[in-house]
Every structure is written in C-alpha cells, then in structure tokens.
Write a protein of this length. Sequence first.
Lengths: 346, 284
Amino acid sequence: MSIQADIHAAAGDFTIRAAFDSPTGSCTAIVGPNGAGKTTLVHALAGLVPLRQGKVVLAGQVVDEPAQRIRVPPDRRPIALHSQHNLLFPHLSVVDNVAFGPRCSGLGTRLARQRAEEWLNKVGLADLADMRPAELSGGQAQRAGLARAAACEPAVLLLDESLASLDAETRTGVRHLLADIDATRVLITHDPVETRVLADQLLVIEEGQVVQSGTPEEVTADPRTPWTAGLLDVNLLTGHATGTQVALDCGLALTTATPMTGPVLVTFSPAAVTLSTAQPHTSARNTWEAEVARIQPENDRVRVLLEWPLPCHVWITPQALGDLGLTAGSRCWAALKATELTVRDA
Amino acid sequence: MTGRSSAKKPNSRPPIAVLVMALIAVAVLALPLVGLLQRTPWSSLGTTLGETATLEALRVSVVVSLVAAGVSVVLGLPLAWVLARLEFRGRALVRAVVLLPMVLPPVVGGIALFFALGRRGLIGRALHNWFEIDTLIGTTAGAVIAAAFVSMPFFVITAEAGLRQLDPRLESAASTLGAGRWTVLRRITLPLMAPSLAAGATLAWARALGEFGATITFAGNHPGRTRTLPLAIAQANEAGQPEAAIAMSVLLIGVSLLILIGLRHRWIAPRQTRPPSSQETSPS
C-alpha cells in the first residue's frame, strides 16, 4: 500500500510540515534531532493528530483531508503503530496484548491467540506469553510492543524508535524481521546503520521541516545540515566475514580485529582513514589505492569522497588537502587500522 | 533488627506528644461505639432484629441503597468522564456543584429536592402535567432520589480520579491497533478503571445506606416505603424503644465496618493503575 502524505499538523504550539511519497512495500526512515516533530508526523499518519492542512492518501484512498472534511479515525486506517513507549496494556497478559489487534480485526479468540503466539515467537518472546507487561524488561517490552503492532499485519506499519532499547544481538534479529515484513514501513530512528540497512528513502526533519530527503546513500554522500552530517558521519559496508578477514561486497577485503563468521556489517569513522600520495608503509592492516570522486570543504575540514574500489568518505584538514594536491579523479592511497573497524552481524 | 536501626523505617519512634494526640483522636471516634456495644442486648439481638418492622426497614434500606448506587453509577460514570476528559469553561463550577452534596447538611438537600420535585415544585409540576406522576414524596422512588442525591458525588469523585490516573495514550494505542470507541471503552478504559469503579460504587452504596436527613425531609418516614434503617432507628429511639434502636445500629455499624475494611486499599491508599509506561532501558 502506497503512502502519499502532505502533512501540516500541530501538536501544542509546535507545527510540522512534511510531504513525502512511499511506494508500496518500501521503508521510509525519518531522522532528525529530538523535538523535530518526527513523532507528531507519524501520529498524523496514524490519525492520532489532526491535520491542519494537506492530505494523507493510503493506497489511493484519502484518509485525511481537512479541506474536504475527511478524517478517517485511527481504528479504520490500514495502519498499526508501535510507539517508543510501547504502551502495553497493563491488565492484559503479553499474548493477549499481541492478540488485541487481530481480535479487533474480527479474528476469533483462538485464531487471534495463534497469530499472537506466532509473532511472539518471531521476536523471541514465546516463553513470556503469559507474563504481565510489568514483569518484562525494557527490551522485552519493546519486542512485545513491536509484535503487537506487527500482529495486526497492517498495510502500513509505523515504527517509532522500535529498536532503541534492544541490545546488539536482539537488534539484528528484529532488524531482519522488519526488513522482511511486507507492509509499507515508516520508521523513526536515531541509528545510521538501521537507516542504511532498512530504508529505501530517508527523510531528515529539523524544526518541523523536511530539510533533506533521498536514498540513504544520496543523503550520506551529501548531507545538507550539520545535524545530518553528524548523524550519518559513518561509513557502512556489507560483506562476509571469515575470522578477521571480511570479503566486502564491493570486492575489496579488509582485516578486522574481531573474528566473526557469516554476513556482517562493517562500520568505521571517516576520521579514521588516512590518505597519502604514495603506498604507505604503516602499521595499519588495511591499505588500498583509491580514486577521489568528489571533494567538499565543510567549515574547518574537508570531506573527500572515495568511490572506487571502496565507497566511503574521509575527513581531512584543508592543509592536508593542499599538501596531497587532491582533485576529483586523482588517485591516492588510503590506510585504515583494523582496530578502527566495528563489525557486527548483518 | 530493632525499629530504630532499620533502614526502612527511619521514623519508627515518633514523639510521645504525637502518640498521645493520636490516641485521643482514636478515643473520640471509637468510644461512642464502645458505649453503644456495651449497651447492646446481645442475647435478644436476634429476636429484636427479627421483628417485622425491623425486617421491613432492612428491606427498604437494601432496595433504596442498591438502586441509588446503581443510579449513581449509570449517571455518574458519564459525568466523571466529562469532568476528567473534556475541557470547558465552568468545569470547576460544575465540579463544585456536583460535590456540594458531600458537604451540605443532608436536610438542606432534602428541602431543595422538596421544592424542586414536590407537587408545586419546578420539576414536580412538569412531572404531574406531562407524565401524570403525582408526587415522588412518600414513595420508595423518592427515597431513592434522596439517597442518590447524597451518594452520587462519592462515585463521581472516585471514578474521575480513576480516569485521571489512566494514561490516555493506552487508549490511543488501542485505536491504532484497530479498536473502535466502544471496543476501547470495553476492553481498555473500563477494565483499567475497574478498581476505582468498584470503590466508587461501594462508597456510594455505603453512603446511601446511611442516608437520613435528605430522605426524611424529602421522601418522608413511611413504613415499608421510605422508612429505611436509619429512619427506623431514629423512630425507635424517640418512641422509647432503645433496644430496637441499638440492635439496628449495631447492624449498620457491622455492615459499614465490613465495607471500609474491604475498601482499605482502594480508598485510603489507592494502588497505582498507571501502566509501566516509563520502562527504563535494561540490558536484557
């Protein structure tokens, strides 16, 4: 189910204005500083916050348009929302919480419970089905909340920081789960890795306005605001690990300090890479010859984008840029210490 | 571990003066009851309570208090919702008026009801003209109205407090999961309010059971129709039958004590009904 949203909404004395389209089955990530209006935006899609102006269209059907006096209430929109506060019903057991949505959609008690158990199983909470929400840890409550929203099997799934309080291990599993869900997803996140792995498009919101949008790659390569640059200031690559060797999908192999096996995500800071004109003799385990794609001065530093053979961006000082004499298209050597690489399960 | 060294009870030994004053307060409240119990003819209690007039008063009391409590719930719940959830001008005034019967002398309430619902009263005349209801005075329905007048505020104030404690985001969450208004009310709001609803209804019932002033002023003192236990007690006392008055008083005291003991957690130290919404991040 596609989303066409042109949202102008207010919560308290705060207003948000944002327009975007999400194709069926896509994942849109919304990022922005705290208080930028991300939650208000998602609540407006859900129908919890009324629009002042604009229009929300889900699968070609208008669900919100103040000018036409159309406002479909939240329960009759093809959406489910998982809030960062989880908001599990304290008087219902975990499985009854998850079965709540399916029951509301008209499923019988037994089938609803069955579906709830399936989803609890998927988020790894099958053993806790009969517990009360108050007995769960923060991470467990978050997974239960996510299962409850997903169990509605909605056409549009709205996720407000759904992975925020999960530990690294659970996070990977839940991220896979979110990647596999058929629904059109809108995801609020603070995690650059989540953004890059899950999102088809990225919406950066600051002070109630969309300041930038595009694919995560586009936005990462050219962030328009300091906040965006700060959030996405990380290089992310995918590959396959065998011990401390990672064969990257781009063809290059990197040496890491953490032995792993299987598909992995490799991240490193753009400031961790050093550039030189000749092949360096260094303690750094990883060196490669690269081609400069673009050079962007930003305040007191310079962003150098390397494209081939390993796409990444690198921070150097303006002095270093002058010394190396780099321009777009020129060749240089890059060095990166194995200990600067963070490796995690993909 | 002694009380003094226990970390959990830092003030386990209060000043002597406080203890003395507290003891005096308990004495002021309890001694009259002790006096009553000391005069109670325990051996003939059964026979006295078994008399027709007493049983009749008991029956009227049960019917009137239960129906009044029911009326308080049915009308009081929507009112509590309006007071808790809607913002409107004059809400403070409405709440004050609603709670007024709690502080007003019941006899004032009775007089007010009389002039409103009596044969020549504002509403009484309308009832007569439109529905040919001649008068509520002297009927059990009148006694119910008097009892509901004084007891509904107890339900409203308790239910409103319960609603205010409820996190409205839970209801929003339910609606995003596909629950319509009625489903939210039935499966989320009311179950979460259940402790306050039960406490409010019981308090209203207890107040209705003890009602005297408004009933005798408005509905009158008619055996079998409006003469409830409190009215029968006053009647017996004035008619020089202290045994009967004492016996019925003991009955009322017993019932009231049972209610208060049953409600001790709900009314005096309400339990939290908020959800664990601020779950902190834990390294599960």
